[in-house]
Design a protein around this ligand. Sequence first.
Ligand code: ATP
Length: 197
Amino acid sequence: MPVRRIGVFGGTFDPPHLGHLVAASEAAFRCMLDEVVFVPTGDPWQKQHLNVTEAAVRLGMTRLAVASDPLFRVSTCDIDREGPTYAVDTVADVRAEYDGEVDLYFIIGADSLANLHTWHRVEELCKAVRFIALNRPGHSRSEVDTSFGVEVEFIDMPAVDVSSTECRQRVRNGQPIRYLVTDSVGSYIREHGLYRG
Ligand code: ATP
């Protein structure tokens, strides 16, 4: 069986928006990925000070967001694992979800790579994956410390200048988020009364 090329796309997805979908799609296209696995975070240690929506709700929205693309799927591994979410555990768990050999590609906004050297067990992580870093509009491309042998491919994507923070704020202000999130995610947010403050 040929080695499958799998993208691992972790995020808070609070909510998932079109920037996430375009990023995953562009990464898949440019790096010839066979599948992209969206992994909603459990307990986001870097955002502990923020009010993050319950994992089951973010998982529900992420499933809705990816449902129409056969290239995309969702893994619950970070939500199922106890304790804080570390990328090194995420990739080990995703790898274990496959029979046979896979090459893993860790998809990330280039802005999020700035403090890569501080990540938990980063050397182990860098041996396990290659990074696909998407240049994100409005965010400067960070200098990545490559001294520990990290492989990073930077990719330009069509600019989709939206963030989850902006989506939440817009809902709170009564502004539309139509076309910033999928219709299915928009309906879910409305029906569950999310982000109203
Ligand atoms: P928040 O505004 O709550 O911080 P976010 O919009 O950055 O959230 P996350 O779920 O934290 O969304 O992001 C998951 C990953 O997707 C990160 O690697 C982030 O850099 C990337 N990402 C988010 N939005 C975009 C976008 N518009 N274009 C490209 N990459 C994005």
